[in-house]
Design a protein around this ligand. Structure first.
Ligand SMILES: Cc1cc2nc3c(=O)[nH]c(=O)nc-3n(C[C@H](O)[C@H](O)[C@H](O)COP(=O)(O)OP(=O)(O)OC[C@H]3O[C@@H](n4cnc5c(N)ncnc54)[C@H](O)[C@@H]3O)c2cc1C
Length: 354
């Protein structure tokens, strides 16, 4: 429903999922929205994800309860509003035995994850014998799975649906338009707006500094790479990588498999590449569990993106928060951090501020 605000103008710099969703929420409230995107809409970080709509089970290890809850609330928003291109997906973690502390820890964690979803729970967790879960053939010493449900998306189709929605709401879209300057008085290049939103993902701090506005947060450029593998997999698996610190996912994707992701600090958000050592890390990590190892020849394609994480004081970024932050200064609102999943939470907060 269109709200009561008529024709107040908002200019959005950055046409990733954050800019698009904020634009859609504001246009529905009656604002006249324009989006300026340097490349094509949704072509940067937003097209490089693991394609999960989730609260992030692994963030519970660091007690990031509020973020997980936000994500679970938004997961439900996506599944409910875009059922054509989103789905619930069963994912399971393999264990050698169910009779140890480690198994118990994950079981409690998954139960807590479900509990935090509350009424927005999308399926029950289960302990399963290895033969009862249709996925890969694991090495003989694995005997049990704990399975749970999360959301997944076809980001290309979902992205197209969002673009169509934006067009139907008469949002003016300027693609291949690199914004050269903006300020906190409502100016973007030669255009004037009542309010400006800077939603440029990993480029936030760089662009604020370039335009002489003091950033209140710093961005940590953390690259993640994925491989598309020519092997059919019916249900998802979540595994601890060989580094023993972080998790990787093997997920069904277009009838074959998506494997990701790595996490490493880079110096810039520009043109991230999938490097040989990342391919080796991902293959070694999954092959650690498989009876029939995956070879490099089975890789169909690969992609890398740079997460727009807010820099913390900690040395290690592995447990960095996926939370977002909003800098609100005169006529400018700048977004830091967030996930694809939580872009509706960001948009709700922006609508409230404006
Ligand atoms: C490896 C990896 C895996 C991930 N997996 C998941 C997942 O499974 N689930 C999930 O919820 N999230 C995931 N994320 C996080 C998610 O991708 C991001 O949080 C989200 O896409 C950020 O969207 P954004 O719009 O803020 O940034 P972007 O998509 O990067 O959009 C910013 C846009 O700003 C544009 N821009 C920059 N400078 C200018 C300028 N001067 N003028 C105009 N435009 C400009 C850029 O071209 C870009 O298109 C993952 C991220 C990575 C990297």
């Amino acid at each position: 429903m269109v709200g009561i605000v008529l024709n107040r103008t908002v200019g959005i710099v950055g046409g990733g999922v954050t800019g698009l969703i904020i634009g859609i929420f504001l246009a529905r409230e009656g604002f006249k929205v324009s989006i300026f995107e340097k490349n094509k809409l949704l072509s940067q970080t937003s097209s490089k994800t693991t394609k999960l709509l989730h609260g992030g089970l692994r963030y519970l290890e660091n007690f990031q309860i509020k973020e997980v809850q936000n994500g679970l609330k938004d997961r439900e928003w996506w599944l409910k509003n875009f059922p054509k291109h989103t789905n619930k997906m069963q994912i399971a973690m393999p264990f050698k035995s169910s009779k140890n502390l480690n198994f118990f820890k994950y079981f409690i964690g998954i139960k807590l994850y479900e509990m935090l979803a509350g009424s927005k729970k999308i399926g029950g967790s289960k302990i399963l014998d290895i033969s009862k879960y249709d996925s890969f053939d694991l090495k003989e010493d694995y005997s049990k799975y704990i399975s749970f449900f999360d959301g997944s998306m076809d980001d290309e189709m979902l992205g197209q649906e969002l673009i169509n929605l934006a067009k139907n709401l008469n949002i003016d879209i300027f693609e291949n338009h690199e914004v050269k300057s903006f300020d906190n008085r409502g100016n973007i290049d030669n255009y004037k707006f009542d309010k400006i939103i800077l939603s440029v993902g990993p480029w936030t701090e760089i662009l604020l500094e370039k335009n002489k506005i003091k950033p209140l947060k710093k961005i940590d450029f953390i690259k993640g790479s994925h491989l598309i593998i020519n092997r059919e997999i019916k249900n998802g698996i979540m595994l601890k990588g060989i580094c023993k610190k972080r998790y990787i996912f093997a997920l069904p994707y277009k009838k074959i498999m998506l494997l990701g992701t790595t996490e490493e600090r880079v110096n810039s958000p520009e043109s991230p590449n999938v490097e040989t050592h990342e391919i080796e890390y991902l293959l070694d990590s999954i092959n650690f569990y498989l009876k029939d190892p995956i070879s490099k020849n089975e890789i169909v394609s690969s992609y890398a993106g740079v997460r727009p994480l807010i820099k913390s004081n900690k040395k290690s970024f592995v447990n960095s928060s996926r939370d977002f932050f909003i800098q609100n200064e005169d006529k400018l609102i700048a977004i830091y951090g967030g996930k694809w999943t939580t872009s509706p939470s960001i948009a709700r907060e922006v609508v409230t501020i404006i």
